[in-house]
Design a binder for this molecule. Structure first.
Ligand SMILES: Nc1ncnc2c1ncn2[C@@H]1O[C@H](COP(=O)(O)OP(=O)(O)OP(=O)(O)O)[C@@H](O)[C@H]1O
Ligand SMILES: [Mg+2]
Length: 243
């Protein structure tokens, strides 16, 4: 395994308050990493910092050993794709929403068309291509959102609670589909969730973030079966809800 992304002494602040402090953290190439933690723990802050959407007060982020902390060029940002809980779709058709990243990259029209068609098909939303995004159901909108993220073939896919607003059957089907897509494309993925079921299903490794600090990281089942002194109360409460 090779390290794809590495973080050293990362600190994100809001005024004097430290929102996030991560001394050392690595994501391996092809890894699917889950991040779990209480509300306000800093999960979204962490994902934004990793995706270069938030400037850290201290520390450095390396992509394949290259320091990219202050590389705010479009070229670097485009290596990452982010999908959030509420899909922020543009007020245009589904096709145009998925095409936007490719058009920004100035791909030839035919290539845009064939890539968008392929991704609409992978997410089983080809029939929605001409529909206005504003008329979609929640599940359909999230599929469009994920297709838009994946169409640019990102080095890392960041997902911030992408399924939490969906009803169970919709969520279950989308989880299945995204898992197979991540596997097929071998996409390194960072996935924030509150839901132990989702995390178990999707993530190889699990990081528990509390009070802006990573309290435990390891293979998902190992973390869940052997929580440490800092994470036990949080993890066991979740497990008791599921048993
Ligand atoms: N711009 C900001 N200024 C001040 N405080 C902020 C700012 N952004 C986030 N925070 C605070 O930082 C903490 C972490 O927020 P963050 O959104 O990362 O939490 P989270 O783990 O994603 O929570 P949730 O599970 O509710 O999504 C919270 O206490 C939040 O209020
Ligand atoms: Mg959040």
């Amino acid at each position: 395994m090779t390290t794809l992304l590495m973080v050293k002494n990362l600190e994100v602040k809001a005024g004097k308050k430290t929102l996030l402090a991560v001394p050392l953290f690595e994501i391996q190439d092809g890894e699917v990493l889950g991040i779990m933690g209480p509300n306000g723990a800093g999960k979204s802050t962490f994902i934004k910092a990793l995706a270069l959407l938030e400037t850290p007060a201290h520390g450095a982020i390396f992509l394949k050993e290259k320091d990219i902390t202050n590389d705010l060029t479009l070229e670097m940002r485009r290596k990452f794709a982010v999908a959030m809980q509420q899909p922020l779709l543009l007020d245009t058709t589904v096709f145009n929403n998925v095409a936007v990243g490719l058009k920004l990259r100035k791909l030839p029209r035919q290539e845009v068309k064939s890539k968008v068609s392929a991704w609409l098909e992978k997410f089983q939303i080809s029939h929605l291509a001409k529909k206005q995004a504003s008329t979609l159901s929640g599940g359909e909108a999230q599929r469009v959102n994920l297709a838009r993220a994946m169409v640019v073939e990102p080095d890392i896919l960041f997902l911030d609670e992408p399924f939490s607003a969906l009803d169970f059957p919709t969520k279950a089907q989308l989880l299945k589909d995204i898992k197979s897509i991540i596997k097929q494309t071998d996409t390194t993925t960072v996935f924030v969730s509150h839901d132990l079921m989702e995390l178990r299903y999707l993530s190889d490794t699990l990081a528990i973030l509390m009070d802006g600090e990573l309290k435990q990281t390891g293979p998902t089942e190992e973390v869940l079966s052997s929580p440490n002194a800092s994470t036990a109360a949080f993890i066991n409460e979740w497990k008791s809800l599921l048993s």
